[in-house]
Write a protein that binds this ligand. Structure first.
Ligand SMILES: C[S@@+](CC[C@H](N)C(=O)[O-])C[C@H]1O[C@@H](n2cnc3c(N)ncnc32)[C@H](O)[C@@H]1O
Length: 328
């Protein structure tokens, strides 16, 4: 069986390494975003945004021929399936080929026309991916390698990465990461929650919590800016995050320090062992370490394993990984 994993453009070498070294599958082919591999669907992965199993590779030279072949595949794959619930069609593409996104939209539109004509009832149950939930789906998944070549399948897993809307008052792009992380864990700070934000400046994460009515202790020697500056929900403490210990148990630990990942692991081990928080969002910058070894270490860490966590490469992450979850 051939499956496809699709991640952030520019990170497919790491995606491939994760699949081969950590998940034990054999990779066949890759481009900037996607890797084809020999095996079935994998859950609990870090770099993939989508994984679709049992894909067919279709090659055709025009929009209509591609849409027609995708439709033929779809009918054939569903010949014994009763459609009762809504289903999602996902069309995504390599990001390095000019005009490929337009091609993908045109084929998606042409597919819609065909399915409306030939399977009217089933077409009414189709969504186009706007509100896609994290998890396993049965629908239609199409990945464009180039103008004439796609991988297509019906069973796919969505890891939940999402582009977030910016906020003019947010003092940093980092704000988008913590906002995205809430969607991954299905949890976000609430009114009156207490946050400790280690490495908080210029204050994007604290600002995100303050917006939700939480109180954030922003630990950083650097200045807070934008909507985080003089915010009456944010208490700025110019201290060393490695030495800061809260006086009582708090709700959320945020940690986005630019520090060597093993130092971050050490600090969160203390926080988790002493049960100083109940939920967390932690970012690891992997610029100076091998991210695959880091993932392996985190996945084998006995203290982290006592929590309910997700480790993921977010849509808004660059050379970094985000871990979010709850202490149990
Ligand atoms: C990537 S920035 C954090 C961005 C922040 N999350 C936001 O949303 O604006 C990293 C911060 O970590 C802080 N930092 C690094 N080491 C620290 C330490 N030992 N104690 C406190 N802050 C530290 C730096 O001063 C820097 O402001």
């Amino acid at each position: 069986m051939i499956s496809i994993a699709v991640g952030q453009s520019g990170f497919s070498a790491l995606l491939e390494e994760e699949l081969t070294v950590l998940r034990g599958v054999k990779c066949q082919e890759k481009d900037d975003s996607a890797v084809l591999y020999n095996d079935k669907m994998l859950h609990k992965t870090v770099f993939p945004h989508f994984i679709c199993e049992a894909v067919s590779i279709i090659e055709a030279d025009t929009v209509n021929n591609l849409a027609g072949s995708i439709f033929d595949f779809f009918i054939n794959a569903n010949k014994n399936h009763q459609f009762e619930n809504n289903w999602n069609s996902i069309f995504i593409e390599s990001k390095v080929i000019n005009g490929l996104s337009r091609r993908s939209s045109s084929v998606s539109d042409a597919f819609d026309v065909i399915i409306k004509k030939r399977m009217s009832r089933i077409s009414k149950l189709m969504n186009t991916g706007n509100k896609l939930e994290k998890g396993k789906h049965r629908g239609l998944f199409v990945y464009f390698f180039d103008f004439n070549k796609v991988a297509v399948g019906i069973n796919y897993y969505y890891n939940g990465q999402r582009r977030m809307a910016d906020d003019q008052a947010a003092p940093s792009r980092s704000y988008l990461k913590v906002e995205e992380a809430y969607g991954i864990s299905g949890n976000s700070p609430g009114e009156g929650d207490i946050i400790v934000d280690l490495g908080a400046a210029p204050g994007g994460w604290s600002y995100s919590a303050a917006k939700r009515g939480a109180i954030s202790y922003a630990i950083d020697n650097g200045p807070l800016k934008g909507g985080a500056k003089d915010n009456n929900h944010i208490i700025h403490l110019k201290s060393d995050a490695f030495k800061y210990v809260p006086e009582q148990k708090i709700d959320w630990l945020f940690c986005d320090m630019v520090e060597e990942p093993h130092r971050i692991i050490e600090i969160i081990e203390q926080w988790f062992t002493q049960r100083r928080c109940r939920a967390f969002v932690i970012n690891f910058k992997f610029g100076h370490v091998n991210p695959i070894t880091l993932i392996d270490e985190i996945e084998k860490n006995s203290i982290i394993n006592k929590t309910e966590y997700t480790l993921i490469h977010l849509y808004h992450d660059r050379d970094e990984l985000t871990m979010t979850g709850l202490l149990i």
